[in-house]
Design a protein around this ligand. Structure first.
Ligand code: ATP
Length: 235
């Protein structure tokens, strides 16, 4: 579904991503893990079209989207829930969700997706009229994911979905990600919470200073001694 081929991304003269290549197959949950500053957010923003590639190619469903504008990538089926949630704090929960439907004209599809989001996150239904900015961190994270789902994506990009959440919320978010995937949405997530991310992913990649250094199934990487030592907090 997604093919990243030899992609490099610069901030000015600094190369944040170095000739990175990986794929995401339809139906998978794929996790990108790595330390602070490894390039995880840069990778996500490059796939969603918010940053330009200096070299390489990105293909989605066989089509070259390397130069495609971000809003058109959403129409093609790529949607991102950004790091730090990025909801609209002065809008209600419902208005935030409606923002995710921008450009959609299939009313019955939108109403189905709203039901789906409220089924996944009953809390959002309860708080439909509440201002986004007055909700807890966990609820804002749910709202950011819900808003991304309102564009009915084929590929959902999640940037640090567990960031800043209390442990009980972290477990819940990973469970919901699995459920979203079981319903047919392919997921690419970046995470610092490597244990949980690897446990919930079909395949995963380790990113170090803009390059992929390890890849395998979630289970393989959980058992890999150097990954364990560097990212899983055990020797
Ligand atoms: P974090 O978990 O801290 O968000 P990350 O793995 O997502 O880290 P990126 O945010 O993608 O990493 O950053 C990759 C590299 O690019 C880092 O060295 C960072 O300092 C640099 N970088 C990121 N954003 C900018 C920017 N706007 N201008 C210059 N350098 C940047």
């Amino acid at each position: 579904m997604l093919e990243v081929e030899g992609v490099s991304v610069y901030y000015g003269r600094i190369r944040a991503i170095r000739e990175m290549s990986f794929t995401v197959n339809e139906g998978e949950v794929v996790a990108l893990i790595g330390a602070n500053g490894a390039g995880k957010t840069t990778t996500m923003r490059t796939i969603s079209g918010l940053l330009n590639c200096a070299g390489g190619k990105i293909k989605f469903a066989g089509e070259d989207i390397t130069k495609m504008k971000a809003h058109l990538r959403v129409v093609q089926g790529i949607s991102q829930a950004p790091e730090g949630r990025g909801i609209f704090p002065g809008m209600t929960v419902r208005e935030n969700l409606d923002m995710g439907t921008f450009g959609r004209k299939d009313r019955s599809g939108v109403s189905k997706d709203l039901d789906r989001v409220f089924d996944l996150f009953p809390r959002l239904k309860e708080r439909e009229k509440q201002l986004g900015g007055t909700m807890s961190g966990g609820e804002q994270q749910m709202l950011a994911i819900g808003r991304a789902l309102m564009s009915s994506p084929k590929l959902l990009l999640l940037d640090e979905p567990s960031m800043g959440l209390a442990p009980q919320f972290i477990r819940q978010i990973f469970k919901i990600i699995r459920e979203i995937n079981n319903q047919g949405t392919t997921v690419l997530m970046v995470e610092q919470n490597a244990n949980q991310a690897l446990a919930g992913a079909h395949r995963a990649f380790v990113l170090e200073t803009g390059q992929i250094t390890h890849s395998g199934t979630g289970k393989e990487l959980l058992a890999n001694p150097s990954v364990k030592e560097a990212y899983l907090g055990v020797g």
